[in-house]
Design a protein around this ligand. Structure first.
Ligand SMILES: Cc1ncc(C[n+]2csc(CCOP(=O)(O)OP(=O)(O)O)c2C)c(N)n1
Length: 605
């Protein structure tokens, strides 16, 4: 029988399906009215609109891979499950649809755990389908079973970070479980759901049409009129109100509503790391990011506010300067109104005058309606203060944006990227200078184009997530701005991009170190033991550009600062995966806020 039709070659797929059923009948296949579960599952995913699954094979999932290969669903095979998980996460962020991940049991599932946990802590919807040992061997310790405390226990590994973990114990439960997984991953606060499938269940017979029900259409919660009126009254009547936007504003696609509310009541907007891009960077009411790596004007306006209306944020530590009232939020005396889709977030870190469980876009739309024709207090010279505050801070690195220094200043890398990127292109960061510097200094003007790991802050996210971003938005540029630590952690992404034809650009900010941590240790202990890339006591740098070329991709090592702009433009125009290695000075990102860890370190034997 012919194999491997071209992806999306529907006629070939149809022929293979017919042929496969024929073979199956001839070999004593399913009885009349029955079909093998794996094929029905793949077709069900098609009907749900799943266009791509990221994953890595194993003996427990090849029955499903066979079905996928004959379906319209694209399968992106990675060289490490963590890559697949981050790529599925990036796909979900850029498409607005759940990402789907397929892993083998045991080591496949555990390899993916970091990526799935990263998605969980950033409220990203994922459906994880994992193979497991044959169900009839539960308890006999079959090959690769996780069973030290309980038989067939691998799915429990995902419990702390999944919204729900399912192990499918009977074939007839598979359709319902998959439907529940898609429903739960997207409803309420989005997140990952695990569907753990013993391998015999993929091969079991199910009645034709067993996968019938689809996830329900769910109306998301909004604010009632009285509550909306109350919040708008509070904003209009406050002397120094601030709207504080988190990632929930972006995932709900609520930027237009946020801008309308801010403009209507003349309220400045500060944001979290995940909220960056909630308003155009040149919006006159935009204060910028708060917290340790935030901006002085955002921290100051939040700290001196009399009312904070926070939307779609968990008021996390880094964004809130470890909740120390001297730096970012002083609540009380400021009053806090907090709107979030997850009730668990309300009232946890600050006394909260009013908590509202609602979808950010619906809530903001209700506030905009309630604020029509409302007058507000005198805001003085608010817009001028914001412009001055932002300009004063930016002046600190004005010179660096054009610095000819080699190894480059990180700010020069940002400025070249800004000039080369189409406005709607995606910047996917990792952790390190890249995340903190972009959050603080890079002007994002199109909502949703900044993609970053916030909650788990996983080194290794950026190089992989960019693959999923580009697959979700093939017509738009996608650049991963990452450190050499992150890129070195999983260079196999280049081979995957080549195999799957995903033309992304990785800009590797190469400081021969886990630079951020090296700087932290240097500041507190006077050296960077364990954080530098060294060989025989001298800096050791990998030729990442050559690694890319060895994979058949393009690889460029920047030799002078003015080479970077042309290299970026060339890479973006080429349609070929490209690694641009940029030697960079290891300097810390400015920290206008506070992080309590700095008070913990103690030096001395
Ligand atoms: C998986 C993982 N391990 C360790 C860390 C701790 N950590 C935070 S930043 C960082 C350094 C990142 O180095 P690099 O990617 O080179 O970026 P740079 O800091 O040099 O800008 C590390 C190790 C982490 N966040 N994630």
């Amino acid at each position: 029988m012919a194999r491997n039709p071209e992806p999306n070659d529907h006629s070939a797929v149809a022929i293979l399906k017919v042929a496969d059923e024929a073979v199956s009948q001839a070999a004593g296949g399913p009885a009349a009215g029955q079909r093998i579960a794996a094929y029905q599952l793949a077709e069900y995913l098609e009907t749900l609109g799943v266009e791509v699954i990221f994953g890595l094979c194993g003996h427990t999932v090849i029955a499903f891979l066979d079905a996928l290969g004959k379906s319209r669903v694209r399968f992106i095979s990675t060289r490490h499950e963590q890559v697949a998980a981050h790529a599925a996460d990036g796909y979900a962020r850029a498409s607005g649809k759940p990402g789907v991940l397929l892993t083998h049991l045991g080591p496949g599932l555990t390899n993916a755990a970091t990526g799935v946990a990263n998605a969980a802590l950033d409220s990203i919807p994922l459906v994880v389908i994992a193979g497991d040992v044959p169900s009839y061997y539960f308890g006999r310790h079959p090959h690769q079973e996780v069973n030290l405390h309980k038989d067939a226990d691998q799915f429990e590994i995902y419990r702390p970070f999944c919204k729900r973990i399912y192990r499918v114990d009977r074939p007839q439960d598979l359709p319902r479980t998959v439907e529940r997984a898609f429903h739960l991953s997207q409803s309420g606060r989005p997140g990952p759901v695990l569907v753990d499938v013993p391998m015999d269940i993929f091969s079991a017979d199910l009645p034709v049409g067993a996968f019938q029900s689809t996830p329900p259409l769910v109306a998301r919660p909004t604010i009632d009129e009285t509550t909306a009126e109350r919040i708008v009254e509070a904003l209009a009547g406050a002397e120094r109100p601030v709207l504080y936007a988190g990632g929930g504003v972006l995932s709900a696609r609520a930027s237009a509503e946020l801008a309308a509310l801010a403009g209507q009541l003349e309220v400045p907007v500060a944001h979290t790391l995940m909220g960056k891009g909630c308003l155009r960077e040149d919006h006159p009411l935009l204060l910028g990011m708060t917290g340790f790596w935030g901006t002085p004007i955002a921290n100051e306006k939040c700290r001196t506010a009399d009312l904070i209306v926070a939307i779609g944020t968990r008021l996390a530590e880094a964004n809130s300067s470890s909740w120390d009232p001297r730096f970012t939020f002083a609540i009380p005396p400021a009053r806090l109104i907090h709107i979030d889709i997850d009730a668990a977030e309300l009232g946890r870190n600050y006394p909260t005058e009013l908590g509202v469980v609602a979808d950010a876009r619906l809530a903001l739309a209700a506030l905009v309606s309630a604020s029509k024709n409302k007058t507000h207090g005198d805001r003085g010279r608010l817009r001028q203060e914001i412009a001055r505050g932002r300009a004063e801070f930016a002046a600190n690195w004005d010179d660096q944006w054009s610095s000819a220094q080699y190894p480059l200043r990180p700010e020069r890398i940002l400025s070249e990227l800004k000039k080369a990127m189409p406005e709607d292109g995606f910047i996917v960061t990792d952790v390190g200078w890249n995340k903190n510097g972009v959050g603080q200094q890079y002007p994002i003007t199109v909502p949703g184009t900044f993609i970053t790991p916030s909650g788990l802050a996983t080194m290794g996210f950026g190089p992989s997530a960019v693959l999923g971003v580009k697959i979700a938005q093939p017509g738009r540029a996608a650049v991963a701005l990452i450190g050499d630590g992150a890129f070195g952690a999983n260079m196999s992404v280049v081979a995957t991009a080549m195999e799957a034809n995903i033309p992304v650009v990785w800009v590797v900010m190469d400081n021969s170190a886990f630079g951020t941590i090296a700087g932290l240790e240097q500041a507190h202990y006077g050296w960077s033991f364990g954080c530098l890339f060294e060989r025989d006591g001298k800096p050791y740098s990998v030729d990442y550009a050559a690694v890319a070329r060895a994979c058949g991709a393009q690889g460029v090592k920047i030799q002078a600062a003015d080479e970077l702009g042309p290299a970026l433009r060339c890479a973006l125009a080429s349609g070929v995966p490209t690694v641009i290695q940029v030697p960079m000075e290891n300097v810390p990102t400015p920290t206008p806020g506070y992080w309590n860890i700095n008070d913990i370190y103690r030096n001395g034997c």
